[in-house]
Design a binder for this molecule. Sequence first.
Ligand code: SAM
Length: 218
Amino acid sequence: MHFGDYDIKLLYDRFARFPLFLYLDALFGRSTENSIYRKKSIASLKLTPNSTVLDVACGIGFNFKILESYLQNSGKIIGIDISSESLKVAKRRIAKHKWTNIELVNTSITDYESKLRFDAILCTFALEIVSDYKAAIDKIFNLLKPQGKFAMIGMKLSSKIPYKLFNPFFERLYKAGKINVDRDIVAYIKSKFNKIDYYEECFFGFYYILSTSKSYST
Ligand SMILES: C[S@@+](CC[C@H](N)C(=O)[O-])C[C@H]1O[C@@H](n2cnc3c(N)ncnc32)[C@H](O)[C@@H]1O
């Protein structure tokens, strides 16, 4: 575990009980499980029923329903998260839907080891939180198959008028969630994968979607 991970685990263990507090797009009438941003990022993974997918920092499992719309309870989804309390909520969601192809692993992405290489890796609302984000991106890169696809939703401040007037509010919220939006996540991913697709027009400029493929790196 990286220094600082334990504090993050404790914080997200607490948030597991109040998940909607974390997701502002839910306030705008969009169910977090059906979020258009999740749909868009997951669509870029080009999943088929037999895909193997790693959901990095899966939290309480808000991506599972959309992932399952492609996998249809076959293939394999592995959800990993440092917060054991979040995974308990994710486990209940899995049981409720009777999904049998999802495995949960309680670990930090930087400690995660697997012989599996994935067709697709997803990481939503987390690379700004994971303490060693470069090590996390290196790990994601190594865990992908040669043609494997990666997609993420990131958080940021808005550069758009008039929404940037809300930046101070978001700064407070990000601080409360130990979310560091000053990281150069996009540049680091680009340095590893070479080519990325980047959509900034998400949630008034406070989210972005990035997708890429390991095949671009060769
Ligand atoms: C804002 S939540 C997002 C959860 C989920 N990806 C989603 O979109 O709903 C951030 C998650 O990152 C997890 N996390 C933070 N650092 C981590 C790490 N090093 N390894 C794995 N999970 C981590 C937290 O426990 C938390 O569940």
